[in-house]
Write a protein that binds this ligand. Sequence first.
Ligand SMILES: [Zn+2]
Length: 461
Amino acid sequence: MKTQVALFATALAAVLAAPRALAQTTIPVGTARVDVTPDYPTRLVGYESRRTESEGVASRLKAVAIAVGADDQAAVLVAVDNCAVGAPVVEQVAARLARKAGIKRERLAVCSTHTHCAPGLAGTLDFIFGGGLPDDQRARLAKYTAQLTDAIEKVALDALADRAPASLAWTQGRIDFAANRRVLKNGKWIGFGVNPSGPTDPSVPVLRAVDAQGKVKAIMLGYACHCTTLGGEFNKICADWAGYARDEIEKRNPGSTALVVIGCGADANPEPRRGLDDAIHHGTALGSLVDGLVKSTMTPLPGRIDARLKRIELPLEKIPSRAELVALAAKPAAQGAFARSLLERLDRGETLPTSVPYVVQTWCFGDQMAMVFLAGEVVVDYALRIKWEAGADRLWVNAYSNDVPCYIPSRRVLSEGGYEADFSMIYYGRPARFAPALEDRILGAVHDLLPAPFDSPRPVK
Ligand SMILES: [Zn+2]
């Protein structure tokens, strides 16, 4: 008897000490995927060094959607195999989904996998093609942009139509094929490479949806790494490691749909990155890790998403003078072409923009987990700082979301200078580097959007 009482007391103490577990609720969840591989050659975007249209297909490009929630509470996330799905496409899709399905803007997220082996899109990264494109190549990119816009709308509507009761859960693992790529000397950027002492975010957040029959329906994962195992010499269409990770997860979970989203990996490259075999290796390793996590015990998520979205302006530093632009206009390739385009704008009587429009979005799954969506090519400091300030054990930070206006350097990266701080701005048509104030402005927007308890400082365990 005495032993039984002791056992009971021990069991009671264990129950009382356990973290507040959420009873598993069901919520409508739907998925869909659509092939977005063009059946014609196009200019692939991501490397200035490429000079010709694509030469074949190494792997198929997809747009994959997950829809969560009923009626006017439905939220849709679309993950697209593209370098940079910008605001012109995303806002067009958002307007159509609002009209056809009543989806509120804050309940749509469009995320790019940032593969550098997908077609360029009209209105995004225009200056990566240097002095411009022949008319026929430009026409094919415009055609693809229209087709991709339709495809993103279709896959979102298909996912909404597919909704059926399911339960959601999440967890996090870690993998380390992302390497910080900013090589520094005396605190200044000197080139691309591998910087073993530079920061990365190795976390692999995973969301799982299980249907009423107990079958895994959807698996979404995030990882903060450029989708650039394949370099500029590779000119075939390919979804890179993100596509191979998806394939591996779906192979191990027949009937499921896998989505890959990219975290704050703008200053991280896959390592090694010698070609297709490495892309397959990284993707398969990540898919295998995620499959193990999906089969483990995960934290249940509630059946409601609190979605919020905020638009802010990020300040640019000193805008170049006409005299400075005239000097730059003589330079070759993208730099000269961009300076000449800015001079043409001045000649038309326009003033050059002094800021960059920026969108921040949050999806909170009760107080269990908050997903933060940041636009652009966001460097790792943002994920680390958001997690430090709001709790790494309950934050999922996505970049390349809703727009890809340019790189988003931190104060640290701006002070070090180099590609992500300076040269890359040309490709995106931005007339100057950012002012250091951008970092606090983005963090301020994230905290404005995150409800309590996420908004309160909570140091990492
Ligand atoms: Zn990039």
